[in-house]
Each structure stands twice: as structure tokens, then as C-alpha cells.
Design a protein around this ligand. Structure first.
Ligand code: GDG
Length: 473
């Protein structure tokens, strides 16, 4: 009986060090939910880093045993690997280059590259301990670009799928990376390579032909006489979970409390991880522009901005946080009154119930990344609007803008356009809100996370069949 092995940088659980004792917390992330039906059944396994340094073999052994009961297999990383593989290479080379921030934020260091290779090999070694011919391995994201080839070289008779959760940049960006050739070769170890959008596929194919001089026909690449397919699979969310949270009694109580606090003010909401790609500073400037252009809105609107701490060991992220603190402080100091503040800013994470209450309470959701693979927050807002009202403002640089075309689509670099979009959204007639939201809700409901998992797996099976039929010709 063949099995499915999922490999991602992080396990779908978080290990928390509770004063010397390690405790497991389940993750509510979209990927964990979507792949839950796979890794929890039969002999299937999810391999990944538990998100924390665990010292000592005894402790590691104990955690491994606990995780095994949940079909999880840990790859432990030491301090040096966290610094070099995770922070140094994944987040200071791949993340900035793939989000078009090469010149500002990328640092190319040979030692970090060496460590990136070693950690990918560590994942491979774990997989090879359990993989049998006929199994399927589904590798996720930019931290593991080399893994498909490593597995392929060691074990040929296996189905390998790869999915990139962040954008794939244009060839002009990608070619800047000193190790571009090895990275592409690594990805091409897979049989099926998935991206969120067709543009990502296009960029990937263009790099494959220019950097590796391989032959492509439409979206099929011929690599060493083996065909590899690159295709777009826009990731969805668990729409039913957000719809049912929105009608949950406890969440409704929270919504009522939020509405009472803000009286009859209109709420604009944004939720992001701390990241320069999310356009948080530019969004704040657009909000300030709104207050300048439309002073009649003062005291009638509140911008509720949640920024979730992320990668705060990396210097650029600390700096960004300081800049956001300063900008929020400036705007609030300039426009606040005794009873009112234009921005309610939170630098922490919240339980999903609170997010749901905010999605329900917000008249406008502002999602304006400078670049984003997909952006699930935009879809979660839509799924939460069970009354079909509310307005989504969405950056055209987010993968989600290719699907949620009934949002107000903006260029996040154009602060005037974003501020005017906010004005339009705050004044949009209910009938128009409902028309747009209904169309978007249909899309989010139809192309949900279950659909995403299903079509990726089916397509991988088809690619394997195509490879076999080509061999027997
Ligand atoms: C990467 C790509 C792509 C946020 N704050 C809290 C919280 N969240 C949850 C949201 C949402 C998730 O985190 C963020 O997902 P995004 O898609 O918006 O962004 P990334 O983290 O950058 O994800 C992205 C995604 O991968 C999937 O492929 O869409 O483009 O960059 O689900 O709800 N969850 C809780 N508390 C919070 O305070 N519980």
C-alpha cells in the first residue's frame, strides 16, 4: 500500500517550551487544515521542523515519540542551522529575491548556501528512511527547493510534487542569485511543480529555458528525458470553518463588543505578518492621505491594524517594526482627539475567534501587499461575510487578485489610489457590496482548500501516467 509523505519546513504543530517542559500546540494554519485529511490517515506522514531548538538526544527522542502518534516526523535544527538555513538563506536570499526586494534586502553568503544544502539533505535523509517505491512525496515551499532532486536521485520510482507558496520572480530577478542553476535543478526533481498563479508558472518556465537551456513545450519541461509539468493551483481556504465561526455564539458576542466600542464608526481592518512584502508602511501612508483628503471622516472611522510578530531575529524586520511604530505614532498624535484615535494598532497574534469577530465587524478589509504569493487573509474575510456585505480592497500584486476580481483592485504603490479606494469602499451602497461579495463568496466556496489538495494530487497522478506512456512508446 503506497503512502503520502508531506515535507514542509514547519510541522503542523508548534512545540512550546513551557519552563523547561515541551508542549505540543496544534496549528490552525490553512496548510495544516488542508493537508490534515492526508497526513492523519493510514501510514501517511508529515515531515518538518518543530519550530524550536530542542537540545539533547533524550529530549529529541521523547518529542519524536510523541509526534509519531500524530503521524509527524521531526527534523531537528540546531542554532547554527536556524541562523544560516532558515534566516540567512531562506529569509535573506530567497524571500527577498522572490518578492522583488533583491537590491534592498538580499545577502548572498556562501556559508549560508552550504547550510541550506545540508538542511535539505537532512530532510531527504529522513524521507528516505521511510519512502518506498510507489509512494508520493509532496514538498512545500522555498525552504526546500533542493529536496525534490535529492529524493529523485536516491529513489527514482516515487511521485514527487512540489508547491511554491510565494511568487516565482521574473528571470531578471531570479538570475541574480549566485546558485540559481542548482535551485532550478532542485525543483525539477519533482514531476509536478505547482504555483499559485499562471504568472508564476510563466516566470518559472522562462528561467528554466534561459538559465538551464532546457526545452519546454507549453507548460511541459523535458529534463534528462524525463518530463516535468509546471502548473498553477491557486490555494483556497477552509471556507466553511470561517462561515461557521462567524455564526458562532461566542464570536457574535465579540462582534457585538467590538461594535459597541467603536460606536457607529466604520471599521477598516488589516491583518498581516510583519513583513516588508506586505506593504504595511505604504498602507499607513495611504490611510493618512485619506484623512488629509477627506477630513470629514475624522472621528467617523477607525483603522484596526494587526501585525503578527514574525522573523524578529532578522535585522530588517526589527527595523520595519520600528518604522511602523513611528508612523502609527505620528498619525495618531496628529489626528487623535480625546475620545478617538484613527489607528488601533496591535503587534501580537490573536486567537482565530477574535480574527473571525474582526472579519465580521469590519466594513472594509484592506489587503495591500507589494507582492504576495496568494494572500489568505483576503479569502478569509470574504468567507466570513455571511451576510454578503463588506468591501475588500485588494492589491493587484497578490495572487488572490486573479480570482477575487470583484474586490476593489489597487496598485499598492499608488497611495492616492489606495486612499481613494478606501473612500469609495466606505461609501459603497449596500446593493453594490452584496453584488460583489456574493460573486467572491461563490469563488472562495468553490475553490476551497479541499479542492486545491484534490486537484493537485489528481494532476500528479496524471503526470506520472503521462511519463509512463512516453516511456513505453
Ligand atoms: C504564505 C505566502 C500565501 C494572521 N494573524 C493571525 C493569524 N493569521 C493567519 C491568517 C492567515 C495566515 O496567518 C497568513 O496567510 P497569508 O496567506 O496572508 O500570508 P503568509 O503567512 O505570508 O503565507 C502567502 C500563503 O503562504 C499560503 O500559500 O497565501 O502569499 O506569503 O491564514 O488568518 N492566525 C491566528 N492569529 C493571528 O493573529 N490564529
Amino acid at each position: 500500500m503506497s503512502k503520502t509523505i508531506i515535507a514542509a519546513n514547519r510541522l503542523p504543530v508548534k512545540i512550546v517550551n513551557d519552563t523547561g517542559e515541551f508542549k505540543l500546540h496544534t496549528s490552525e494554519g490553512g496548510l495544516a487544515t488542508g493537508l490534515g485529511s492526508i497526513y492523519k490517515s493510514k501510514d501517511n506522514v508529515w515531515i518538518g521542523w518543530p519550530g524550536l531548538e530542542v537540545e539533547g538526544e533524550e529530549q529529541q527522542q521523547k518529542i519524536t515519540e510523541e509526534l509519531r502518534e500524530q503521524n509527524l516526523l521531526p527534523v531537528f535544527l540546531d542554532k547554527d542551522e536556524i541562523t544560516r538555513f532558515y534566516e540567512g538563506f531562506s529569509n535573506e536570499v530567497l524571500w527577498p529575491v522572490f518578492h522583488y526586494y533583491a537590491s534592498t534586502y538580499a545577502h548572498y553568503e556562501q556559508q549560508n548556501w552550504e547550510c541550506y544544502k545540508e538542511v535539505n539533505q537532512k530532510f531527504c535523509d529522513q524521507i528516505l528512511k521511510i519512502a518506498q517505491p510507489g509512494d508520493m512525496v509532496w514538498v512545500h515551499d522555498y525552504q526546500l527547493l533542493l529536496l525534490p532532486k535529492m529524493i529523485r536521485d536516491a529513489q527514482r520510482d516515487i511521485s514527487i510534487g512540489f508547491f511554491l507558496h510565494i511568487p516565482f520572480p521574473s528571470h531578471e530577478m531570479f538570475r541574480l542569485i549566485p546558485w540559481r542553476k542548482q535551485l532550478l535543478e532542485g525543483m525539477l526533481g519533482a514531476d509536478l511543480i505547482g504555483f499559485h498563479t499562471f504568472d508564476d508558472v510563466r516566470h518559472f518556465l522562462s528561467s528554466v529555458t534561459r538559465v538551464l537551456a532546457l526545452q519546454t513545450s507549453a507548460n511541459v519541461i523535458t529534463n534528462n528525458r524525463r518530463v516535468v509539468v509546471a502548473e498553477s493551483f491557486p490555494m483556497g481556504i477552509d471556507d466553511k470553518k470561517y462561515a461557521s465561526l462567524a455564526t458562532d455564539a461566542a464570536v457574535k458576542k465579540e462582534v457585538a463588543a467590538i461594535c459597541k466600542t467603536f460606536n457607529r464608526q466604520k471599521l477598516i481592518l488589516s491583518i498581516d505578518r510583519l513583513d516588508y512584502s506586505k506593504g504595511i508602511l505604504q498602507r499607513l501612508r495611504a490611510f493618512e492621505q485619506l484623512l488629509i483628503s477627506h477630513p470629514e471622516l475624522l472621528t467617523h472611522i477607525t483603522f484596526y491594524m494587526i501585525v503578527v510578530p514574525s522573523r524578529d531575529q532578522v535585522a530588517q524586520y526589527k527595523e520595519l517594526r520600528d518604522q511602523i511604530d513611528k508612523k502609527v505614532g505620528n498619525i495618531n498624535a496628529r489626528y487623535r482627539t480625546l475620545e478617538w484615535s484613527p489607528i488601533q494598532y496591535f503587534y501580537r497574534s490573536f486567537p482565530i475567534e477574535t480574527l473571525s469577530a474582526l472579519y465580521s465587524a469590519a466594513d472594509v478589509c484592506l489587503v495591500t501587499p507589494m507582492r504576495d504569493g496568494m494572500n489568505l487573509v483576503s479569502k478569509e474575510y470574504v468567507a466570513s461575510r455571511v451576510n454578503n456585505d463588506g468591501v475588500l480592497i485588494l492589491s493587484e500584486m497578490a495572487g488572490a487578485s486573479k480570482e477575487l476580481i470583484d474586490a476593489i483592485i489597487v496598485n499598492p504603490n499608488n497611495e492616492y489610489e489606495v486612499s481613494e479606494a478606501m473612500f469609495v469602499a466606505l461609501n459603497m451602497p449596500l446593493a453594490e457590496q452584496k453584488r460583489r461579495m456574493t460573486l467572491m463568496r461563490n469563488n472562495v466556496g468553490k475553490f476551497n482548500i479541499g479542492h486545491w489538495v484534490k486537484i493537485f494530487k489528481e494532476r500528479l497522478d496524471e503526470v506520472k501516467q503521462m511519463q509512463r506512456s512516453l516511456l513505453t512508446r
